[in-house]
Design a protein around this ligand. Structure first.
Ligand SMILES: NC(=O)c1ccc[n+]([C@@H]2O[C@H](COP(=O)([O-])OP(=O)(O)OC[C@H]3O[C@@H](n4cnc5c(N)ncnc54)[C@H](OP(=O)(O)O)[C@@H]3O)[C@@H](O)[C@H]2O)c1
Length: 286
């Protein structure tokens, strides 16, 4: 059994919810899992309890609320009563309170007017903050696929989350990276409170990974470091995050990811890369 390392969170978005990956994660020192009310066709919590109710007490478990079942497809809502009901059901389905509950992609339900958006976000945050105070979850946060609208809404009136999760890595885009950093700064989050997610953009076999050599962003890479591994490790610095939620059903893939944590950043090439992204975005605005 490897020593615990909190920098990897096993993300269960695309998971088959098999017991094997949960036990392998624990063996590899990964004791954080991230799921959501809407994953696995809205049955992720029940599926987890079915395959691993005895394992769940050993994990730090985060989940998300914001998407609800609707005819034909899921619908998004920040209605405080619906968020609360989802949290109560989450506790029933898991058989325990989650350690952390994220508001899931709140940007999806924020109206155009910034004062109304601020009220909507503030009330949703207050609902999960209250739920945490009442013991329905250990803490709360915001998980945002597109954080660009959020920083301008954060003033002294919006409750401060315990954690924020944002896209990380080479596919995240400079606007998203900068918005994530501004958001973390507005709330004065420490590095462990900012999490990254989806370091491969959902697939480690996309054609881009064959064209770009991410080992460029690693200090002293050796022969043993594959491009997939370097892609993963690089995501910790784009933006700077304390942990990353990454998906896999494969114990050997998870072991490969754990192996990358000993590598450090090539700060020079990361700085250049960010400058190039910023210059390209500025040119597109002209
Ligand atoms: N808005 C949100 O809140 C949001 C949105 C997206 C994601 N997330 C979080 O982020 C987590 C991860 O996101 P994601 O699943 O979309 O994308 P991801 O982690 O970028 O990609 C997952 C894919 O990478 C592959 N992979 C992982 N390690 C590998 C390795 N060593 N070698 C080869 N392939 C590897 C996996 O395939 P194998 O199974 O074959 O290993 C899987 O198909 C989610 O589970 C969720 O927790 C949150």
């Amino acid at each position: 059994m490897r020593k615990r390392d909190p920098r990897i969170v096993l993300g269960l978005h695309r998971s088959r919810y098999e017991r094997r990956i949960l036990t392998s994660a624990l063996d590899l020192g990964i004791d954080a899992i991230d799921t959501s009310f809407n994953y696995h066709g809205f049955s992720a919590h029940a599926a987890l309890a079915t395959v691993g109710s005895d394992l769940l007490p050993r994990f730090k478990l985060s989940t998300k609320v914001g998407f609800f079942p609707a005819v034909g497809q899921a619908e998004h809502s920040l209605d405080p009563d619906r968020l609360r009901e989802a949290l109560e059901q989450t506790n029933r389905d898991l058989g325990r309170a989650p350690d952390l509950v994220f508001l899931h992609n709140p940007e999806r339900s924020l109206p155009g007017s910034s004062s109304v958006a601020q009220d909507t976000l503030g009330m949703a945050c207050a609902a999960v903050e209250r739920a945490a105070a009442e013991g329905l979850c250990g803490g709360w946060g915001i998980s945002s696929w597109d954080p660009r609208p959020l920083p301008s809404l954060v003033d002294g009136t919006i409750p401060r989350p315990d954690a924020v999760m944002v896209r990380a890595g080479l596919l995240a885009g400079i606007d998203s990276l900068e918005a994530s950093e501004t958001l973390a700064a507005r709330w004065d989050l420490n590095p462990t409170q900012l999490w990254g997610m989806s370091p491969f953009g959902g697939s480690a076999t996309q054609p881009l990974w064959g064209k770009l050599d991410p080992r460029l962003f690693i200090q002293d890479p050796d022969e043993g470091l594959s491009t997939v591994q370097a892609t993963f490790r690089t995501a910790y610095w784009l933006p700077r995050v304390g942990g990353i939620a990454v998906g896999t059903d494969s114990p050997s893939h998870l072991a490969e990811l754990v192996d990358t944590l000993r590598y450090e950043a090539n700060t020079g090439s990361l700085r250049t890369y960010r400058q190039l992204l910023r210059e390209r975005a500025d040119r597109q605005l002209l």
